[in-house]
Design a protein around this ligand. Structure first.
Ligand SMILES: *Cc1c(COP(=O)(O)O)cnc(C)c1O
Length: 476
């Protein structure tokens, strides 16, 4: 809407009464008295105040606004846990194909066979990557994939007549969405700690698991970027007491082609198709938190999944489905991009993982020594570091902005003080990483005074971040 609220500066500073960016042909339709055809409450008392501007002014206004925006298409963006990697343009071309983009979700199956085939094949690809055969593409985000998974576990126990499973165990290194999921699904969330490698404390887990345990939610690699080396033993402990092992697989670009969750004993997991299979995270755009499970959880999947009967593809409601978790058929855009991404890579999907891990370890090796590395061993797709003694993560992050970088995630994971979580992703070149590392090393030497003055090159100086989060005003 062209209201004063959303167009403030355009109206106040650049608008001139009577100025127009267009001309319309003379009205040759009889004027309708709106007061007679619309209810009174739909009518305004006063004319809205609109921006009265010429076209070049509008174009410049929005173009300049867009240039204040930060994105991976402008700069390196190593935001830990978010996988801000390059989005291959071939996937965008596929998603923009009118044959897909103009499909209506209520179009009959017979007319949507191409789209159903993409969904069916992607279900198969994801089953192959995880080793878990039962896939659903319904959840719209990673967090919703978690919730879907835990609701399936809940329904499994209900169906089995086991009403005593009231608890979901969550390690302290888990993504914040994990305990939130357990609680939303109606379970008690029980926290356990980490060992000296940053992995789940197996002895503590052994103590914590009992007949009330429904599942453990494990993030692997965890939010310290560390691979859960004891995952098979962890799975045995849970299975020994009839509970499930759920894996948060948001960051499968650390595992694909190298580790299949099913072989490690995982029963159910979610993917972030956005993040792992193109469509970077964080743009606020549509996502897909596809899930994959073992056969015994398959009947509880959300409605619908896609099956192939003869030569035709159909939407099918799994037998004991938890019901719908999304309107229509999920977010088809990310589904199509993921299908395209996997088709383009083929068996070389494993190279994605290798590059993601190599890049993170390169950063770890180059920054270690100057920065502190709490878990200084082979990391996966991301690495957690701490600033040199006496410096704050916040100041280094702000200083990075002046060097032309989006800061990494800071103060997360919570188990590490002054944490900086760096995820370079697989799509960055050695030169980009070297420049970034150079900036980080320079910042380690920069005086506290200069650091505290940063950022000086951004459209705004330092903000009150608490207030910005609590009273968000997303308008110019
Ligand atoms: C990103 C992420 C999530 C949540 O994904 P959303 O799509 O933002 O809901 C969950 N777990 C981990 C480990 C993640 O990195």
């Amino acid at each position: 809407m062209l209201s004063e609220k959303s167009l403030g500066s355009l109206i106040r500073d650049k608008g001139r009464e009577g100025r127009r960016g267009f001309t319309l042909p003379k009205n040759d339709v009889e004027n309708v008295d709106l007061g007679k055809v619309l209810p009174k409450k739909a009518l305004r008392d006063e004319k809205p105040r609109l921006a009265e501007v010429d076209e070049p002014t509008v174009v410049r206004h929005y173009t300049n606004l867009s240039r204040k925006n930060w994105g991976i298409d402008t700069n390196f963006y190593p935001l830990g846990s978010c996988t801000m990697k390059h989005n291959p343009r071939a996937n965008e071309a596929a998603a923009a194909n009118p044959g897909f983009a103009s499909l209506h979700p209520l179009q009959p199956e017979k007319q949507s066979q191409g789209a159903l085939r993409v969904m069916h094949e992607l279900q198969g690809f994801l089953a192959e990557v995880s080793g878990l055969p039962a896939v659903s593409l319904q959840p719209l985000a990673g967090a919703q994939g978690e919730l879907t998974s835990i609701l399936m576990v809940k329904k499994f126990f209900e169906d089995a007549g086991d009403s005593g499973r009231t608890t979901v165990i969550v390690p302290s290194t888990a993504h914040g969405t994990n305990p939130a999921t357990a609680t939303m699904a109606g379970f008690k969330s029980k926290e356990i700690g980490v060992d000296e490698h940053g992995g789940v404390d197996v002895e503590e887990l052994r103590e914590a698991v009992d007949g009330t345990t429904a599942a453990l939610m494990i993030t692997n690699p965890n939010t310290c970027g560390v691979y859960e080396r004891n995952i098979s033993e962890i799975a045995e402990i849970l299975h020994g007491s009839g509970a499930f092992l759920y894996m948060d697989g948001a960051n499968m670009n650390a595992n694909m082609g190298r580790m299949r969750p099913a072989e490690a004993g995982v029963d159910i997991m979610h993917y972030n198709l956005h993040k792992t299979f193109s469509t970077p995270h964080g743009g606020g755009g549509p996502g897909c938190g596809a899930i994959a499970s073992t056969e015994n959880l398959a009947p509880f999947r959300p409605d619908p999944t896609v099956e192939k009967h003869g030569d035709e593809f159909h939407f099918v409601r799994p037998e004991k489905s938890i019901g719908r978790v999304a309107g229509f058929h999920g977010n088809f855009g990310p589904i199509l991009r993921a299908w395209n991404y996997i088709k383009m890579h083929g068996p070389e999907l494993r190279d994605v993982t290798d590059m993601a891990v190599l890049n993170a370890n390169y950063v770890r090796a180059k920054l270690g020594g100057t920065y502190r590395v709490p878990y200084n061993e082979l990391c996966k797709h991301e690495v957690v570091i701490q600033p040199p003694e006496g410096k704050r993560a916040l100041d280094i992050a702000k200083g990075l902005i002046d060097h032309g970088y989006h800061p990494p995630t800071i103060y997360f994971p919570l188990v590490v003080k002054e944490a900086m979580l760096i995820e370079p992703t697989e799509s960055e070149s050695k030169e980009t990483l070297d420049d970034f590392i150079g900036a980080m090393l320079e910042l380690a030497e920069t005086s506290e005074e200069d650091l505290e003055a940063s950022p000086t090159t951004a459209p705004t100086r330092r903000l009150d971040e608490t207030r910005a989060a609590r009273q968000l005003k997303a308008r110019w």
